[in-house]
Design a binder for this molecule. Structure first.
Ligand code: OMP
Length: 229
């Protein structure tokens, strides 16, 4: 049997399946690949589901901080638009879990359009200058969205100290590279990239549910597009 998942991971996977955030079929990705599964974080829009996803992000961060006590961050940066509710809900959940340690953590996000009146600026929420910033996002496949977020943080004078995503698809960036987009971020910026769940967790859970057909299709996909790191 696959190794037991921590409770926060299996609870999150259960909500993804019951809310059809995770679905199985044939889906064309931004990269053009045909995937046997799709993760649509935009469907986490009820209060109960926001609670479920923010709890899972907060537990993944707390687990990392517990294992790496020197890891500190001031800001969760949620790239517009999908990252905005994720960052906001997760800072709330972190403060609830441990107010002393996380009560000071801010949310922050970028505007998609430049604002030239009022307070102006590209950033809403905490200014990034001289702050330790963690990016929070839904899913990384080829890393295009992530590179944009990293560039905003650099331009605003913040320091990237980590990334957290809900799902790590563990795919190679392109046909002629064996590494993943997440692996590239780890190597290039020397920061941890955390995820609540990844493709292997998903394959394990399908196995546990006895869903041999979908599990087989995910395994084949991994064989074809899986990254080496
Ligand atoms: P990259 O910018 O290539 O890393 O792709 C990330 C984006 O792909 C996400 O922000 C989504 O718009 C989309 N996506 C999903 O939402 N879920 C998936 O399971 C797969 C993708 C995708 O197209 O790769």
């Amino acid at each position: 049997p696959p190794p037991l998942l921590p409770t926060y991971k299996s609870a999150f996977l259960q909500s993804c399946l019951s809310a059809s955030v995770l679905t199985f079929g044939t889906y064309k990705l931004k990269s053009g690949r045909l995937s046997p599964y799709f993760f649509n974080a935009g469907l986490f829009h009820t209060g109960g589901l926001v609670h479920s996803i923010s709890t899972a992000y907060a537990h993944a961060l707390l687990t990392h901080v517990t294992q790496n006590p020197t890891f500190e961050f001031d800001i969760l940066f949620g790239p517009a638009y999908k990252g905005i509710p994720l960052a906001t809900a997760t800072v709330d959940k972190l403060a609830q879990l441990d107010k002393g340690r996380f009560g000071h953590v801010s949310y922050s996000f970028n505007r998609k359009e430049l604002k030239d009146h009022g307070e102006g600026g590209v950033i809403v929420g905490a200014p990034l200058r001289n702050k330790n910033v963690v990016i929070i996002d839904d899913v990384i496949t080829a890393g295009t969205a992530m590179r944009e977020a990293i560039e905003i943080i650099r331009a605003q004078g913040g320091t990237l100290v980590g990334v957290i995503v809900a799902l790590d698809r563990k795919e190679r960036m392109s046909d002629d590279s064996s590494g993943s987009a997440i692996g590239e971020v780890r190597r290039k910026f020397d920061v941890p990239v955390l995820s609540i769940i990844d493709l292997d967790d998903l394959i394990g859970v399908l196995g546990g549910l006895g869903d041999e057909e979908d599990m087989g299709r995910l395994r084949d996909y991994k064989g074809r597009y899986g990254a080496s790191d």
